[in-house]
Design a binder for this molecule. Structure first.
Ligand code: HAM
Length: 420
């Protein structure tokens, strides 16, 4: 084949759509129930927004962005996540002067040039939710509840959050120093990639997958032991809310997440049927992000989930979405005059809200009825020379093999009475 889809990208075919409609509806419903309003920022943003927002030492920014210079010499990037763009929109649209916090959600495509694997794509969709403008740990809880609620509603069980706190600008540097002090004497035993990480982004040594490094992590410093009073209190408050809500979680001292903006809370939800891909969703608090992007100091917390991973797991767990609505009525015709009547009748029925298919071409009644059957239509209207002359249609209930000839004006009523 001359043209193929770009590696790591997918065609979402008609048979995939019931899954997508099912998950998207669950996202919109839940967002509404928690009082989130939709905000859709553009897919393209300035490259610099992500360099500053997500962090230039992260894998996302240093290796995975689809960045280019356009014909007007602007450096642009296909968004590799929602959060930075949502914060840009919050600042640019003066949303800080609206009632706080602002609870905003987005649903759309995200682009990362990662190595494609099961559940890992280069274009994928995220449902993303942010609570902007409050430091309250209740906002962290609500974000975790909406994530948990989404998976529960979709039929996932055994949901357990991985949870950690990554401190604030006061205690984070102390922890990073402790990590350096711990790993530096062990440098010779670290995997080469982790030696590099220790220099550039030491926190990432903690969530390494490198075999040589793993045994060294057992005695590594733990963030919880370095939190200052304010961060420790915030973390304790969130854990108390989670306990009260009956949401299961484990403190994971190795969880740091791959984006630089996090402060305090970080979490992931791991699911079944995902193999090595692990996380169904992830998020956390980012109290310094808006200020770093040029806004007033404003705290925030949020999460995002990949839709493909949800659908993959649904398929593996055998969860069946409801079929999408499709036309119930098929109009068959015999002869050119009948075809013109069929086209008019179809337009009239569609205008009234009925889904209709009209036969293409000029084929035998038998062939047309076969098409009606294949399309899953329950009812057929047949028009031949007699019906054209008399202003009638022959209406057939395909499931019950019933047939009646009626005035064309009565077709809509007959359909309503016979719809399954
Ligand atoms: P993230 O952990 O980079 O967080 O991505 C969130 C979710 O997107 C992942 O848990 C996964 O479900 C999905 N995902 C990530 N990469 C891929 C991929 N290559 N293919 C398929 N699915 C993928 C963020 O993006 C943060 N912006 C979340 C956030 C919002 N934090 C605060 N607010």
């Amino acid at each position: 084949m001359k043209y193929q889809r770009v590696r790591g990208m997918q065609d979402l075919l008609p048979e995939d759509q019931p899954y997508w409609a099912h998950v998207e509806k669950a996202c919109h419903d839940l967002a509404g129930r928690y009082g989130f309003e939709r905000l859709e920022a553009p897919v393209l943003e300035s490259t610099d927004l992500f360099v500053r927002g997500v962090g230039d030492a992260t894998d996302i920014v240093s290796k995975e962005m689809y960045s280019f210079v356009d014909k007007g010499e602007d450096a642009l990037t296909l968004r590799p996540e929602f959060t930075a763009g949502v914060m840009r929109a919050y600042i640019e649209n003066g949303m800080g002067s609206r009632p706080q916090p602002q609870k905003l959600y987005s649903f759309g495509p995200i682009f990362r040039r990662e190595r494609p694997a099961k559940g890992r794509y280069r274009q994928f969709y995220q449902f993303n939710a942010e609570v902007i403008g409050t430091p309250d740990a209740l906002a962290d809880l609500e974000i975790m509840q909406i994530a948990h609620g989404l998976y529960s509603r979709l039929g996932f069980t055994n949901l357990v959050f991985q949870l950690n706190s990554t401190g604030d600008p006061e205690c984070k540097p102390r922890f990073i120093q402790a990590l350096r002090d711990y790993f530096t004497p062990l440098m010779d035993r670290l995997a080469p990639l982790d030696r590099e990480r220790l220099a550039k982004n030491p926190l990432r040594v903690l969530d390494t997958k490198e075999r040589e490094t793993l045994p060294l992590l057992a005695d590594a410093p733990r963030f919880v032991d370095y939190l200052n009073a304010a961060c420790a209190e915030h973390f304790a408050e969130l854990r108390a809310y989670l306990d009260d809500a009956g949401i299961r979680y484990e403190i994971n001292h190795r969880l740091v997440r791959g984006l630089d903006y996090y402060t305090k809370t970080v979490f992931e939800l791991w699911g079944e049927g995902l193999g090595a891909q692990g996380a169904l969703c992830g998020g956390g608090r980012y109290d310094g992000l808006i200020e770093a992007l040029g806004g007033a100091p404003t705290p925030g917390v949020g999460f995002a989930t990949g839709i493909e991973r949800i659908i993959m797991s649904m398929r593996e767990l055998g969860v069946q979405p409801a079929p999408l609505p499709r036309p119930d009525v098929f109009i068959a015709h015999l002869g050119p005059a009948a075809k013109r009547v069929a086209v008019q009748l179809a337009a009239q029925l569609r205008a009234e809200g009925t889904g209709v298919r009209v036969a293409f071409g000029a084929r035998s009644l038998k062939a047309q009825m076969k098409d009606a059957d294949r399309a899953g239509c329950a009812l057929a209207l047949l028009i031949g020379d007699d019906e054209v002359r008399d202003g009638t249609v022959t209406a057939r209930d395909l499931a019950h093999s019933e047939q009646a000839t009626l005035a064309r004006a009565d077709a809509a009523g007959w359909i309503r009475a016979h719809l399954p």
